[in-house]
Ligand binder design. Structure first.
Ligand code: TYM
Length: 368
């Protein structure tokens, strides 16, 4: 298993990640505390898709005492957005609505340029624009959603980035991120930039409040170094809530832009979605006869995972699907057809909203 901000592969053991990264599991007690503020639990919490955190309890205690918080999340625009990226964004929107709080969203066009020898800055900046349309299509509102495009907005970020960078040694950065002799200087400095939106609210408003960061757990190394220096700079430590990875459609692993057949992109037309789902890895048996007799295994099935994460919101229907799978009453083809329909229905609507987002995207650009 490899889980870094730039590479995720192998069979992911989430319990082990909690141990190795030193995060906390999301306990039932903490979930109850969240539910108190959110009129019940969001599906992604109830289904344990978000599973780990840092200081969420501290953040909620502060909230109860009247200290508000801001939300912070982001995207490295190396290419088009896939459905996995939407998982933490959908949850972020839920939190934003329930807690009525501002979101800072960082578009790291600079990161994707420095970490990839082949990348062109013009292209990562263009993907920044394209990816922002996907974010806006999810229904965020410009009044409280502030998108930061690193290259364009570096003047706003730079002083805080310097304060951060000055307090993190190369040996800490190397131990955290695995930098090598041949890692370029841009990349070595870059993590200071991802720390900045944790703190930017104070610069913009004068209000010192903590940030809560919903993201998959691959981003956690950034927060480790940021939390170490936050208080030295007079800020709260940022809190995190971590989700699992929506798996690729192949056997195991993160969805990767370099393996386009294993991911569904928001721009994929219906026939491409159909092909990808049709080729997906399932827990099915080699023949229909065997499946009818022995049943299949939904636990390892990527089609089932897509239903669980995003496409079957009704718990009873999901449980019924699992039951029919295990008992051999349902064949993989039926599930694949259902999923294809659900994804295409969602994406057709998403793309309409994405088109409309072009008219309002400027309103989401961080207001200074
Ligand atoms: P990036 O572009 O790799 O990923 C964007 C967000 O999507 C999450 N993610 C996934 N979530 C569920 N299932 C998946 N298969 C999956 N793949 C990726 C990532 O954890 C991330 O939340 N450096 C960052 C950009 C960034 C950022 C941030 C992200 C800047 N500031 C603050 C989160 C929070 C990046 O390249 O993300």
């Amino acid at each position: 298993m490899v889980v870094t901000p730039w590479e995720v592969k192998g069979k992911i053991d989430y319990e082990r990640l909690i141990q190795e990264f030193g995060t906390q599991p999301l306990t039932e007690q903490l979930l109850r505390k969240v539910a108190k503020h959110t009129d019940g639990l969001h599906l992604q919490l109830a289904r344990k898709l978000f599973f780990s955190h840092r200081d969420l309890d501290v953040l909620l205690d502060l909230y109860d005492k009247g200290v508000k918080f801001v939300l912070y999340t982001g995207r490295g625009p190396s290419g088009p957005v896939h459905i996995g990226h939407l998982v933490p964004w959908i949850f972020t929107k839920h939190l934003q609505e329930k807690f009525k709080t501002r979101l800072y969203f960082q578009m790291t066009d600079d990161e994707k340029f420095v970490i990839d020898d082949e990348a062109k800055l013009k292209e990562t900046m263009q993907f920044g624009y394209e990816n922002a349309l996907d974010l806006i299509a999810l229904g965020f509102k410009p009044e409280n959603t502030y998108i930061i495009y690193d290259v364009q907005d570096i003047d706003l970020l730079y002083d805080i980035a310097l304060e951060v960078a000055k307090r993190i040694t190369y040996s800490t950065a190397r131990a955290t991120f695995g930098f090598q002799e041949n890692t370029n200087l841009g990349w070595v400095f870059w993590p200071a930039i991802q720390a900045v939106p944790c703190f930017i609210h104070k610069k913009l408003t004068g209000e010192n409040v903590p940030a809560l960061i919903p993201a998959a757990i691959d981003q956690d190394p950034f927060w480790r170094i940021t939390r170490d220096i936050a208080q030295k700079l007079g800020y709260y430590k940022p809190a995190q809530i971590h989700c699992r990875f929506l798996p690729g459609l192949g056997e195991g692993g993160k969805m990767s832009a370099s393996e386009p057949e294993s991911s569904i992109f928001t721009q994929d037309p219906p026939d491409v979605v159909k092909r990808k789902v049709w080729n997906a890895f399932t827990g099915g048996r080699p023949t229909a006869a065997e499946q009818k007799k022995l049943g299949a295994n939904h636990d390892v099935c990527t089609v089932y995972q897509y239903m669980l994460y995003l496409f079957e919101e009704d718990d009873k229907k999901l449980a019924e699907r699992a039951r029919k799978c295990k008992t051999g009453e349902m064949m993989c083809g039926e599930c694949k057809t259902d999923l294809t329909e659900k994804i295409n229905k969602f994406l057709i609507e998403h793309r309409k909203k994405r088109e409309k987002a072009k008219d309002v995207i400027q309103e989401f650009h961080i207001k200074r």
